[in-house]
Design a protein around this ligand. Structure first.
Ligand code: V47
Length: 381
């Protein structure tokens, strides 16, 4: 499949040479990849890059997502999950007892959790101390359970609420038990588009700065890109290049997650021609180009909640090496029309991976082996 003459005919001979030599791709290479009509040719290149890093391993985590509130000050145009205030129909905020009992139930019996993923809106009235108290209670419940929570957007929000610096917020959360941050809120970095789809959210420079601050404190983070809305291929490549540049400087991104925009209940309306079955191919193309451009980020996640199980499995042949996890309960994607189930068992996840031709590897929130606390990856980043 990796036939040099074929890539030459596709106009991708220089990209082909660079990928085989393990050299960095340029902005223009990224654009050329997005413009390539043969998505399988991109998949083969991305497969080459992912196999060099992870051989036949596909990672998954036994986790429990907790969406603690959907009340949010940001009012992003694309988001079907958020509500402006507690009194709005469909608004919810879990209380401390509810959060801890959901977690306790999930962690009670085997296979036990290797990640608590705490994700929600930027609530106007929940102070940082509310979260610190919950994290401390989680640590009493299970001191070995890694707490993954928040994105740079919530950190900026807490700094505003508390009248303190984002670095101080991160220090306090780390002291309370935060070990890993999620990658959300990056959306698309282009300033003009960002003003259109999420005008109140922390801007691109702030998002990247806070990620770097977390990295400086030893908190690993993920990163995302919301795609399939108003953006062009150039916006996507620009986004990937900004992440790669930041990773060169601060080095703490563990995993990249391309998030396909789900349209149901969203105030962001797309023209008919953007809504057809070609979206599946575009999702695979985006996974492949991400793997090829992000040469310094170890993992690419096929988030089965948003992609659906079938595309997520296929994405494993297009450069993805991680499926996220058991989840148990999820609302952001499902309120926007995701037709995936709420959760998967370990048996189902492992079958998904084996049926796709790969070897399942259980990991924790930081991509370490839960037993040994060591990372199973070929590459040193
Ligand atoms: O930031 C919101 C996205 C993100 C929609 O780090 C939407 O491992 C598609 O980032 N269609 C939150 N996407 C979720 C997130 C995440 C999830 C799982 C794992 C990790 C990780 C991170 O969801 C938001 C936004 O980009 N989002 N609405 C929508 N309608």
């Amino acid at each position: 499949m990796l036939d040099a003459t074929y890539y030459d005919r596709l106009g991708l001979s220089s990209v082909y040479d660079k990928v085989l030599a393990g050299r960095r791709l340029s902005f223009d290479d990224g654009l050329a990849l997005f413009g390539c009509p043969d998505v399988t040719a991109l998949g083969a290149l991305a497969m080459h890059a992912r196999s060099r890093l992870h051989r036949d391993a596909v990672f998954y985590v036994v986790n429990r997502q907790i969406n603690y509130t959907n009340v949010c000050v940001n009012d992003c145009v694309f988001c079907a999950f958020h509500r402006d205030r507690e009194s709005d129909p469909g608004a919810f905020t879990l209380d401390r007892g509810d959060i801890l009992s959901r977690l306790r139930a999930a962690d009670l019996s085997p296979p036990h959790l290797d990640e608590m993923h705490f994700v929600g809106g930027c609530h106007p009235d929940l102070p940082l101390s509310w979260f610190e108290d919950i994290f401390r209670a989680v640590r009493v419940l299970n001191p070995r359970l890694p707490i993954k929570a928040f994105t740079p957007v919530e950190i900026a929000h807490f700094a505003n609420l508390e009248g303190t610096s984002t670095l101080e917020v991160l220090r306090r959360l780390k002291a309370a038990g935060l070990v890993m941050m999620a990658g959300g809120g990056a959306e698309i970095f282009d300033e003009t588009l960002r003003r259109q789809i999420c005008p109140r959210k922390a801007d691109a420079a702030t998002w990247l700065r806070i990620s770097a601050e977390a990295h400086s404190l030893g908190i690993k983070t993920n990163c995302t890109m919301l795609f399939g809305h108003l953006e062009t291929f150039a916006h996507r490549v620009d986004h990937l290049c900004r992440l790669r540049e930041q990773q060169d400087k601060s080095g703490g991104f563990t995993c990249f997650i391309p998030l396909p925009f789900l349209t149901e209940n969203s105030a962001l309306r797309l023209p008919e021609e953007k809504l057809g079955p070609q979206r599946g191919l575009d999702q695979l193309r985006t996974v492949a180009v991400s793997r090829l451009m992000l040469d310094n980020i170890p993992h690419i996640k096929a988030y089965w909640i948003m992609l659906g199980q079938k595309i997520a499995q296929t994405a494993l042949w297009f450069g993805a090496d991680d499926l996220d996890g058991t989840i148990i309960e999820e609302h952001i994607g499902h309120m926007a029309g995701a037709d995936s189930s709420q959760g998967l068992t370990v048996t189902e996840l492992e079958a998904m991976i084996r049926d796709s031709g790969f070897r399942p590897v259980r990991r924790n929130a930081m991509f370490e082996s839960p037993a040994a606390g060591t990372a199973e990856t070929e590459h040193v980043f």
